[in-house]
Design a protein around this ligand. Sequence first.
Ligand SMILES: [Zn+2]
Length: 377
Amino acid sequence: MIEFILNTKIISGNNALLELDLSKSKRVSIFTDNNMLKIGACDSTINLLKNKNINYEIFSDIEPDPSFEIVIKCLSKILSFDSDTIIAIGGGSVIDTAKSVIYFALEVNKRMSDNLKKPIFIAVPTTSGTGSEVTSYAIITDKETHRKVPLVSNEMLPDIALLDPQFTMTVPPRITAETGMDVMAHAFESYVSVNASPFTMPYSEHAIVGVFNNISKAVHNGKDIDARIAMHELSCIAGVAFNNAGLGLIHAMAHSLGGRFRQPHGRANAILMPYVIEYNAKNCEKSAKKYAKVIDLLNVKNIDDVSASCEILKHLILELNKNIGINQKITEYGVDKNEFENAIEEMASNALKDVCLLTNPVKPSLEDVKNIYRKLI
Ligand SMILES: [Zn+2]
């Protein structure tokens, strides 16, 4: 059986924010972080609310890796302000916080049999990476145990995803590169996932080709509005694909690596991607054929041999990483070689427990995962 969910209205375009219909909103809570507020990323939204005489409050204490404490603070804020609308302006952490607030508000409501109406939820991503604006997942961190707790519920899906490239124009090259390769990882993993379907694969294919064609332009010229719009839309499109098809070994290994050595999520995905693709291609014929199709779609070379195409794909990703300034060796990010080698066993064992592995086309052994980590040294 196939289930495909896309409950979010997507509005995309340059200055799309200015066209936002807020006719049903009377009391708006803006969720953001202090940096966004400082650089003026919320100014256009605030002006819009002022011009429409809509009451609003701003909650800007959201930090990276949001905690339960922050979620509870935000929840009590929206309850005391009686918000009918939440606008989340920021990266994955801000949007995840808003999702969690809605999740817990509805849980409280169910238990108290109260009649709290679900606020209208508008997600405004300011980076092109997580696709969080169209996914039913949120990650909250338990500060005491340092554990990341995933929340999954379709009720957390934003009502509106507002994709306005103006929010991404000042994102620096390194972040553009790393978050962009996160999009590529979402696209590739949903494409070969065991839950990939005719409904998800066109999204994955479109995102893979699109990232190949646009990421370098966005990294090397941040003012390239067409490349910025493309990357912002591709992030959302890949989000739709993985929200329905799931992820795989790249993310399972990246979560473990990122947690142990504090490496950004997109970077960890980017450096693992060529080797996980190589591994999946060698161990799953169906995936190999899909990877080979990507080579056709990219019009790189007219080549009939599937394994040769997979090898070309691996090298294309290695070249792309290099072109956008992502170094392939973990030691180039200040990680000590011996410390990394000593951590491989534990990282591999944690990666095997990661929920993302459930939809990878190949079930790897501990030794397989260790061998892939070793390629980063
Ligand atoms: Zn990701």
